[in-house]
Design a protein around this ligand. Structure first.
Ligand code: NAD
Length: 509
C-alpha cells in the first residue's frame, strides 16, 4: 500500500497534507509513504524530517505518485497529474467540487476514487476528521492576529506610569467555529469583545467566552437555527433591524472581524460602505468571509484596502497564513479518516463502502461520478445553489486605495476555492433553505452545538471551548511538527515567502 504526498501546486498554498508525525503513523499502519521533494517546505517541514519518519523522498511528483494507492492532498489535483497512480487509487483532500464539475468528471475519468473531506458529516465520530472545523478555528485565530498587526494601537488596557491606555473594542460578527475562536483570541489579547450571530445558541457561547452578545432577539431570531445547527437565511425585515442595531455598534468599534456564512448562499452583506465610513480612522475590519463574497461591501478578496483610514483585510485562505499549524491539524484530520479505511493487520486498504463517512465523502469511483449531488443530471439551479457560484472578483470602490496584499498571500486573490464550500452546507438536510440534494448518511449529521437543548451557563462554557478546540482535542498533540527545534529549520527562512513555492497555476502539474 503506497501513499503519496506531493507539493501543492495551487498558487500561494503553503500547507501540506502529511507531516512527519502522520507519515510515521501511516507507516505503522503498514503503508509505504513517498513524499515529493520539497513538499513540506511551505510548512517548515524538511525532506529529512519526512525521511527520518520513514518516508522515501521522490525527486518529482510523477515519481511520488507512480503506483500510489492513496494520494493525500490539500487542494484538488488535476486529473492529468494523477496519470501514474494505481487503478482506483484514493485521492483524499479538500477537493472543492462545487462549481468544478468538469474537474470532478475528469477525476472520475482518470479512474481514481476522489474523496472530498469537506463533505465529512459533523457527527461525533468524525470530529477528528473535520477539516472545516480545524481550519476555521485557525482562521478565526489568525484573523485577530492580522487585525492586531494592522492596528496602530495596543489591544489591552495598560496602566502605566505614563498614564492609562484604553483597551481596544473588538466586534465579531458570526459566532461559529471561526467566530468563537476570534472572540477567544481577542479576549486573550485584552480587547473588550462583543459579538453577534443569528443563531440563538450562539448567545451563551459568546457570553461564556467573556463576550457581550449583540442581537435583535425577536421571534424570528428564536427560530433562526436549523436542526443541523447552521444559520438560516433571515428575512429582509430582520436583516434591516439587525443592520440598524449593529450600525450604531460598529461606529464605536476599533476592530471588527466578520465570519458570517449561511448554508448554500453567498455570505450575507453585514457591513455597508456607510458603516465603514462611520468608523474612526485607524480601525481595522477583517472579512473572513471574503472567499464567499464577503460580509463587507468594500472587501476586495485577497487584498488589504484602506477606505477613509479604515483598513479592510480581505485575505482568502487565512488558515494558510499559519501553514505549519494548519498542516499539522489538516494532516491529522486526513490520517484519522484514512485509518478507518486501512486494515492494519493485512496492511492494505479495506474500505467499507457502506460506512456513512465514506458514502458522504466519495465523489468518484470506478470511472463514474458517484456523489449524489454531482452524479445525477439535474437542473442547474438545483445542482448548484446560488452560493456555489464563486464570487466575482470585485473592483475596489472608487475612493478605496487598493494595496497589494503581502507577497505570501497575494496569489490567493486569484479566486481561491472557498474555504467553506457550499457543499458542506448542502449536507444538512434539515435546513429549510438547503439545496435539495443531501449527501447520503447526513441525516445524522447534527453539529454538537445543536444536539443539546439550551444548556446551563457552565455547559455553554464547556461547549464553546469544545467547539473552538474540537480539532485539537480530538487529535492530541504528541509530536507536532511545529515543535521541532529551531535549529532544524532552514536558517534563512523564518516565514516562507511566496517565492519559496513555485508559482505554477492551479492544477498545473
Ligand atoms: P458557518 O461557517 O456556517 O457560519 C459562521 C457563523 O455565521 C455561524 O455561526 C452563523 O450562524 C453565522 N451567521 C450567518 N448569518 C449571519 C448574520 N446575518 N449575522 C450574524 N451571524 C451570521 O458556521 P460553522 O462555524 O460551520 O458552525 C455552524 C454550527 O456548527 C455551529 O453551531 C457550530 O458550533 C457547529 N459545529 C459542530 C461541529 C460538530 O462536529 N458537531 C463541528 C463544527 C461546528
Amino acid at each position: 500500500m503506497k501513499i503519496a504526498i506531493v507539493r501543492e501546486r495551487f498558487e500561494g498554498e503553503n500547507r501540506v497534507a502529511a507531516t512527519p508525525e502522520t507519515v510515521g503513523k501511516l507507516i505503522a499502519l503498514g503503508a509505504s509513504v513517498a513524499v515529493e521533494k520539497g513538499a513540506g517546505l511551505g510548512s517548515r517541514i524538511l525532506d529529512k524530517d519526512y525521511s527520518e519518519a520513514g518516508a522515501s523522498i521522490a525527486a518529482s511528483a510523477d515519481a511520488a505518485l507512480k503506483g500510489a494507492d492513496v494520494v493525500l492532498t490539500v487542494r484538488r489535483p488535476s486529473a492529468a497529474s494523477l496519470a501514474g497512480v494505481a487503478k482506483g487509487a484514493l485521492v483524499i483532500g479538500a477537493l472543492d467540487p462545487y462549481g468544478n464539475d468538469k474537474d470532478v468528471a475528469a477525476l472520475a475519468k482518470a479512474g481514481v476514487t476522489a474523496v472530498s473531506m469537506e463533505f465529512m458529516p459533523r457527527i461525533t465520530r468524525a470530529q477528528v476528521m473535520d477539516i472545516l472545523s480545524s481550519q476555521a478555528n485557525l482562521a478565526g485565530y489568525q484573523g485577530v492576529v492580522e487585525a492586531a498587526a494592522e492596528f496602530d494601537r495596543a489591544l489591552p488596557m495598560m496602566m502605566t506610569a505614563a498614564g492609562t491606555v484604553r483597551p481596544a473594542k473588538a466586534f465579531v460578527m458570526g459566532a461559529g467555529v471561526a467566530g468563537l475562536q476570534a472572540i477567544a483570541t481577542a479576549k486573550r489579547l485584552g480587547a473588550v469583545v462583543s459579538a453577534t450571530d443569528v443563531r440563538p445558541a450562539a448567545k451563551e457561547q459568546v457570553e461564556s467566552l467573556g463576550g457581550k452578545f449583540i442581537a435583535v432577539e425577536d421571534e424570528e431570531f428564536k427560530q433562526a437555527e436549523t436542526a443541523g445547527g447552521y444559520a438560516k437565511q433571515m428575512s429582509a425585515e430582520y436583516q434591516a433591524k439587525q443592520a440598524e442595531l449593529t450600525a450604531s455598534h460598529i461606529a464605536k468599534q476599533d476592530i471588527v472581524i466578520t465570519t458570517a456564512l449561511i448554508p448554500g448562499r453567498p455570505a450575507p452583506r453585514l457591513i455597508t460602505k456607510a458603516m465603514v465610513e462611520s468608523m474612526a480612522p485607524g480601525s481595522v475590519i477583517v472579512d473572513l468571509a471574503a472567499e464567499r463574497g464577503g460580509n463587507v461591501e468594500l472587501t476586495v478578496p485577497g487584498k488589504v484596502i484602506e477606505h477613509n483610514g479604515v483598513k479592510i483585510i480581505g485575505y482568502t485562505n487565512v488558515q494558510g497564513r499559519i501553514p505549519t499549524t494548519a498542516s499539522q491539524l489538516y494532516a491529522r484530520n486526513l490520517l484519522a479518516f484514512l485509518t478507518t479505511l486501512i486494515d492494519a493487520k493485512e496492511k492494505k486498504l479495506a474500505i467499507n463502502w457502506d460506512d456513512e463517512l465514506v458514502k458522504a465523502t466519495v465523489l468518484t469511483r470506478d470511472g463514474k461520478v458517484v456523489h449524489p449531488t454531482f452524479a445525477a443530471p439535474a437542473p442547474a439551479a438545483e445542482a448548484k445553489p446560488a452560493a456555489v457560484a464563486k464570487p466575482a472578483p470585485k473592483a475596489p470602490a472608487k475612493s478605496v486605495e487598493a494595496k497589494a496584499a503581502p507577497a505570501k498571500t497575494g496569489a490567493a486573490s486569484k479566486a481561491a476555492p472557498a474555504r467553506k464550500p457550499a457543499a458542506k452546507k448542502a449536507e444538512v438536510p434539515a435546513m429549510a433553505d438547503a439545496p435539495k440534494k443531501a449527501a447520503p448518511g447526513v441525516e445524522q449529521s447534527i453539529p454538537a452545538a445543536a444536539e443539546a437543548p439550551a444548556p446551563a451557563k457552565r455547559a455553554a462554557t464547556k461547549k464553546a471551548a469544545a467547539v473552538i478546540d474540537a480539532a485539537a482535542a480530538a487529535a492530541p498533540a504528541k509530536k507536532p511538527a511545529a515543535a521541532k527545534p529551531a535549529a532544524s529549520k532552514p536558517a534563512a527562512a523564518k516565514k516562507p515567502a511566496a517565492t519559496k513555492k513555485p508559482a505554477a497555476p492551479k492544477g498545473a502539474k
